[in-house]
Design a protein around this ligand. Structure first.
Ligand SMILES: *[C@@H]1O[C@H](CO)[C@@H](O)[C@H](O)[C@H]1NC(C)=O
Ligand SMILES: *[C@@H]1O[C@H](CO)[C@@H](O)[C@H](O)[C@H]1NC(C)=O
Ligand SMILES: *[C@@H]1O[C@H](CO)[C@@H](O)[C@H](O)[C@H]1NC(C)=O
Length: 331
């Protein structure tokens, strides 16, 4: 499944074997609707692993998200409180963190379930996307980082998965850029043209410094646009392991596989008591495909065998008939 690379994965590993502290894994997928997994009735998308989990457990059919956006709904998911209570429900149009330089984030006064579990002796990890803020004052303090919210280990995207992070996939900022760049440029161009025409016709006397200022302004706006396009990706699309940046800008090549492998490693590092869940939806599908193809091949072979048998029987019948006819003729 394409959406699955955005898994937010929390793994909890009990340090003791007490019955009251079971291990658990929580998966959170962005942009996955209830109509998408096979266990909820989808016939076109195959999700064998999710379906298997549903078959072996409990399938809930009613859920309300606290918000339709990642930042506020993740804040609610993490704390069990409405996002407006933690200040994570923005009134602005954007509503989510878009720049890693934003100084906000999930407040420390909030109690995430990771904090509660850590206090109970659990080892906790978050693998995947965080998107609840990173730093307060400068980019090194990482005060809103997952490690500051009860997680022992973090590997993934501190920000989010924007189109702008993939080269050639377009931008989510086209409307903002139109308003902040293209409209001002058009205004400057029209002003310049009008002034030039009026001056040529002799209606007004425009000092050259006005033209210079307008050109300078246009160059400034264009320069800002180029800087934005050039620096957005490296500054906002990066991968971190704990407090270190491990890939900047991040590459989407095998990202799901890399994060899945790391999640499995986290479980293995903690020993055999860890619950092991196969997240490799893709691989499983391939295996299923192979199995189905093999089944189809076997069916074909069986059909061919049947046909051959039938042909052989028909031949034998014909031969018997011929023999009978010959015998009759002889008589
Ligand atoms: C299955 O998922 C696809 C992709 O989201 C969707 O287009 C389709 O309508 C879904 N089918 C059902 C029966 O919900
Ligand atoms: C970043 O902020 C923290 C906390 O305010 C401070 O201790 C640290 O010195 C700052 N680092 C830099 C490089 O300014
Ligand atoms: C991605 O994974 C596939 C299969 O494991 C591998 O063949 C390919 O080289 C990997 N690509 C990158 C860029 O790592």
């Amino acid at each position: 499944m394409r959406t699955l690379w955005l898994l937010l994965l929390f793994i909890y590993e009990a340090q003791s074997h007490a019955v009251s502290t079971p291990n658990f894994v929580l998966l959170m997928a962005d942009d996955l609707g209830i109509g998408d997994p096979g266990c909820y009735g989808n016939k076109t998308l195959r999700t064998p692993n999710i379906d298997r989990l549903a078959r072996g457990g409990v399938k809930l059919t009613q859920h309300l998200a606290a918000s339709p956006l990642c930042t506020p709904s993740r804040a609610a998911f993490m704390t069990g409180r409405y996002p407006i209570r933690s200040g994570m429900a923005s009134r602005s149009q954007v509503g989510v963190f878009v720049f890693s330089a934003s100084s906000g984030g999930l407040p420390h006064s909030e109690i995430t379930f990771a904090k509660l579990l850590k206090n109970q002796g659990y080892a906790t990890a978050l693998i995947g996307k965080w998107h609840l803020g990173t730093s307060c004052h400068n980019r090194t303090d990482l005060c809103h980082h997952p490690l500051s919210h009860g997680f022992d280990y973090f590997h993934g995207l501190p920000m989010t998965n924007l189109r702008d992070c993939k080269p050639g996939e377009g931008s989510v900022f086209t409307r903002a850029l139109r308003l902040l760049v293209f409209v001002p440029l058009q205004v400057i161009a029209i002003t310049l043209l009008t002034l030039a025409v009026l001056m040529c016709l002799g209606f007004v006397q425009v000092p050259p410094c006005v033209f210079f200022c307008l050109f300078f302004l246009a160059a400034l706006v264009l320069g800002a646009l180029l800087c934005f396009l050039h620096y957005f990706r490296p500054l906002n699309c990066f991968l971190m392991r704990n407090r270190d940046i491990t890939q900047q800008p991040m590459s989407y090549d095998n990202l799901t596989q890399r994060l899945t492998a790391d999640a499995a490693q986290f479980i293995q590092r903690l020993g055999p008591k860890g619950a092991c869940i196969d997240l490799k939806e893709g691989d499983d599908e391939e295996e299923e495909d192979k199995k189905q193809k093999q089944k189809q091949k076997e069916k074909k072979k069986q059909k061919e065998k049947k046909q051959q048998k039938q042909k052989w029987k028909q031949k034998q019948k014909k031969q018997q008939k011929l023999k009978k006819q010959q015998k009759q003729k002889q008589k």
